[in-house]
Ligand binder design. Sequence first.
Ligand code: FES
Length: 484
Amino acid sequence: MGSITITVNRNGVFKKYTVPEHITVLEALEYINSNYGEGILYRSSCRSGQCGSCAMTINGEPRLACKTKVEDGMVVEPLEGFNVVEDLIVDRSPYYKKIQDLRNYLHCEGDKTNLKITPKDIKEFKSVRNCIDCLCCLSKCPARRFSQYPGPTFMRQLTRFAFDPRDEGDRDKEAYFENLHNCTTCAKCVEVCPKEIDIVHRAIERLRELAFKKGYYLRNHLIVRENILKGNRSVKKERGSFLEEVKEEYIADKEKMRLAFFTGCLVDYRLQDVGRSAIKVLNAHGISVVIPKDQVCCGSPLLRTGQRDLAEKLKRKNLKVFNNLDVDGVVTVCAGCGSTLKRDYREREFQVMDITEVLDKVPIEYKPLDIKVTYHDPCHLRRGQGIYLEPRRILKRIPKLELIEMEIPDQCCGAGGGVRSGKPEIANAIGRRKVRMICKTGADYVITVCPFCEYHIRDNLKKFDEEGGSLKVMNIVSLLDKVI
Ligand code: FES
């Protein structure tokens, strides 16, 4: 068996050790202690991914040491977001204290023996019961880091009781006052959960739905609702509408594909330039663009804030418009719209593609552009749709353009989940960290695909760019418009 080198962060001192290949991180730590005479402290129990005690930061991500194989150059550190007791042991007591505060038991007064949990209840909420208390989700949650938000697993636990017919506690109210609406739905918790619990859709959004029905919502989320009720858009019309100005069809020379354009609210009412560029860029790639005029908001801002009732109506309208078109699919230029159409429009009869997916499939030669850019991964594109290679491949095809990756390109910008509209101070606290990361790259532009991210990063660059505001944010289609 060969050997490799790993580094362990011991109370701030990084020490390198040679260990055998093909073993787990947990076995490597045991090996180091017995072969180097070291006494590295760490927790473990089941050794099979069941107890959650061995969670630590491995190559920057929270992972279970007993389920992760060692790799050459790997860096092993204590779980981020907690105080370190010693070596790889972190202080879990704030977690235990908080979970105790949440009345972590069925709240049920009197004799409720006749109230039984049904197989349907069990099936629906089984996945939120699978938690192993590893705390990986708390480690990376941006809302927890920048606000008084207890973190994903607490909301998961409240959901478990909220949807248990035997529980009489006001779990939705409890969640609301525990800052349920601070979550940006970035889904980092889902990505790092070793049990693959979909906390965002199974817990956060369901709790918000319950809370909304009982009147626990943020005032600004009602404004979004009013806007939609009045004009089918989540934002108010300010200077014209993209849908009103464009033609119904833009045919490409030597057509390779024919797609319907789902514009989304921001392109229609705010970022019309992005819409115009999208048409030109798609046409240049040989894609004809059809623009149905009676399309409406996809419902994402409602679904993310617990207003499913109205979102369902929007969905029905859009399905009617897009289900019967003579096209090869529907293209989106907004990460939020794209992930909503893909995930929540179960009855759709059309394929949905983000614009980067489409352009990457039918590459063309671009003109050179001598600039330095960095790329921000929108959460709803990277984790919502699994798209992160496509935009990078597109950027790398532009001659002379230099792509510089920032420290954490997929770190949430703070805008999502209704946080920008409902709790702007938290959205800005998260955004500030993103801006620091972006500015550190020394790029001329930060490129993104989502209009919500674009808007939020632009605002935060104005507020927090310590370099004097020379760095600008640009949508990928606006950039491509310059090189076609
Ligand atoms: Fe139990 Fe790793 S030791 S999950």
